[in-house]
Unconditional design. Structure first.
Length: 645
């Protein structure tokens, strides 16, 4: 995938092969900001041939010249211990099939941690490719009373050096102009040493020649970290942040959700009033508005969820949360890299599982992948919000906190604790011996999040949710509508069954209750009857195998068939075959717990297959998670009944 940036010049025919420049640097060195500034668009993701390591490629134009920029995975060294780092070295050496060796290198180094970065610079210079060093965070170095002579650094290294502030675009024009002479960049007269001890001495001489003074410690960061990284206080702050996080998701998004629900209700009324064909009116009202619209109503929660995550990441808190949770990961035999992968699973298990490629141990990867689906992904959010809304009164409070938000927090906590226990169990089964490799993670100074970066992250997440609504959920909703409305019953048949053929509501209720979907739901009833699920819930659970959100779409269609203008009231009023209320507290508790554990995402199964290279682990994950979901849901139902629910 490519993106383009323009700095002027008449449009001309570009050469068949543009120079390829690899952007290399350590994590948090500002590579992505440089990449975005050069290409003009945020990074587009693909995969390297044959592997699932992410690839970011863009195109930059400087006048009539065109350059391909590839943002390689971040690394601190060219001595690979993880899949990411092995891929990076293979790309640099031209050993990866289908990927050309880069023509030149752009090496991003953080001015505030320049001493550490020079080790990687030395290894890259030793490869003999034309190289330009891009120094980032010069503004922060200056603000913290540090100093660096950029021109002198270039003389000491023997290669071009450009200082940029990527997130503000400063220095980017100079960097673009530097690209035009990539094939004439100077090279070091004497290559840096390869021995570690000699390389350290070389780095010290370079820093001395460049007049480098490291920045003073960030006082605000030190004071805040004294609390946030404390074993006790840091854990309590983390817990408080998470509670407030989910309180906000419920309370702030509620007004927008109400507006969307009202809009959908009015649309349903307009469809019924103005579409003359009854079957078409039902298709639009139930499949489109009742099904797809029933999922879209949770878009405010999705947007707010990712907005809060982006803000916490942008301000620098998520790195602190990872540090605090690293102690927990050590307790289950894993390392901090595993927490980073599990943290990614809060958005979606797929990138979380793919993030395990940073783990150097294959057995650690398997343990983390088996646990990742238990982290509560955003696809569960619509189900949780709907079920909690039926279970807990919106006005109920526990002290200063809303009860709905606390239940949501409890579900996320249950998923996270279960993921830790699952990782521990698979780790013990793997029985890996030997010392764990060290986990290195930088604590960035606290910064105000950049609005553009936050908005891009939120937009990408919302767009992904909307894309799923327009593809998987659309297809599933139409398929469910057919299953819920077939077979078609004649007036004679309806009359024989005691149904007034002139009453649309009665006909719709009879059709749904005697549909193909009803037959399928009743077929699996022996499995789900102990959980209190009737056939309508069963169909929702089965449809959720394609995507969890389709559970909500299924209930939305059933509710729309009963009361298109007030689907929430229809859900609350639903009864089973014996006239008992369908969504009782024990059943709702069982449903919520079932969705905490069940593996209901075929995309997750597919990525497990790709990552492990075998069907063994995906089948184990599918079996143990769905079996565990049934058992825990049954126990939850029994517990609520025992408590008098």
């Amino acid at each position: 995938m490519t993106a383009a940036c323009h700095t002027g010049g008449a449009a001309t025919v570009t050469p068949a092969r543009a120079p390829r420049l690899a952007l290399v640097g350590s994590p948090n060195a500002g590579k992505t900001s440089i990449f975005n500034a050069l290409t003009g668009l945020h990074a587009k993701t693909g995969n390297y041939p044959g592997v699932t390591v992410s690839r970011f490629v863009g195109t930059c134009r400087v006048g009539a010249d065109r350059y391909v920029i590839e943002d390689l995975p971040g690394t601190y060294s060219l001595d690979p211990i993880s899949a990411d780092e092995r891929i990076l070295v293979d790309v640099l050496d031209g050993r990866l099939d289908g990927v050309a060796r880069p023509d030149a290198l752009l090496v991003a180094v953080d001015a505030t941690t320049l001493r550490r970065s020079l080790g990687l610079v030395a290894q890259l210079l030793a490869r003999g490719l034309p190289t330009c060093v891009v120094v980032t965070f010069m503004d922060e170095l200056s603000r913290r009373q540090g100093r660096l002579d950029v021109a002198a650094l270039g003389q000491a290294l023997g290669v071009p050096v450009v200082a940029v502030i990527g997130n503000r675009g400063q220095g980017i024009a100079e960097l673009r102009e530097t690209l035009t002479g990539w094939d004439h960049w100077p090279v070091p007269t004497i290559a840096p040493p390869t021995e570690a001890a000699e390389r350290d001495a070389w780095a010290e001489s370079v820093l001395g020649f460049a007049g480098y003074h490291p920045p003073q410690p960030h006082r605000v960061t030190q004071r805040v970290d004294a609390v946030l990284l404390h074993p006790l206080w840091g854990s309590l702050v983390f817990l408080a942040v998470m509670v407030l996080f989910f309180q906000t998701v419920f309370t702030v998004a509620a007004p927008a959700q109400d507006q969307i629900e009202n809009l959908l209700g009015r649309l349903s009324g307009l469809v019924v009033a103005h579409v003359p064909e009854p079957w078409l009116a039902r298709l639009l009202g139930e499949a489109v508005i009742g099904g797809i619209g029933g999922v879209l109503v949770f878009l405010p929660q999705i947007v707010l969820l990712f907005l809060l995550i982006a803000l916490l990441e942008g301000v620098g808190y998520l790195a602190r949360a990872a540090f605090v949770m690293d102690r927990v990961m050590a307790g289950v035999g894993l390392e901090g890299r595993a927490f980073v992968a599990l943290l990614s699973s809060f958005a979606c298990a797929v990138p979380g599982i793919m993030a395990t490629r940073t783990l150097p141990s294959a057995k650690d990867r398997v343990a983390t992948m088996m646990a990742a689906p238990l982290m509560t992904c955003s696809a569960r959010l619509p189900v949780y919000v709907l079920m909690i809304g039926l279970l807990v009164d919106p006005s109920a409070r526990v002290g200063p906190f809303g009860a709905q938000g606390l239940v949501m927090f409890g579900l996320y906590l249950l998923g996270a604790v279960s993921a830790m226990l699952a990782a521990w169990a698979f780790k013990r089964l793997g029985d890996r011996r030997g010392l764990a490799l060290p986990f290195y993670m930088e604590m960035p100074p606290y910064r105000l999040p950049r609005p553009r970066s936050v908005l891009l992250m939120v937009w990408d997440s919302a767009r992904s949710f909307l894309r799923k609504c327009s593809t998987i959920i659309v297809a599933t909703s139409f398929a469910l509508w057919l299953l819920l409305n077939l077979p078609v019953h004649s007036a004679h048949h309806l009359g024989a069954a005691g149904v007034d053929a002139g009453d649309p509501a009665a006909v719709a209720a009879y059709t749904v209750d005697h549909s193909v979907a009803a037959g399928l739901g009743r077929l699996v009833s022996p499995v789900f009857d102990p959980l209190g699920f009737d056939w309508r819930i069963n169909i929702g659970v089965l449809s959720a195998q394609s995507a969890r959100e389709t559970f909500v779409a299924t209930l939305g269609q059933v509710a729309a068939a009963n009361d298109p203008e007030h689907p929430d009231d229809a859900l609350r009023a639903m009864t089973d075959a014996d006239g008992r209320r369908l969504f009782t507290p024990p059943t709702l508790a069982a449903l919520l717990v079932y969705f905490v554990y069940a593996l209901q995402c075929m995309s997750t199964v597919a990525v497990l297959r790709r990552e492990t290279g075998t069907w063994k682990w995906p089948l184990i994950a599918f079996g143990y998670l769905n079996g565990l979901a049934w058992l825990m849901a049954y126990l939850a139902r029994m517990a609520v009944i025992a408590l008098g629910g």
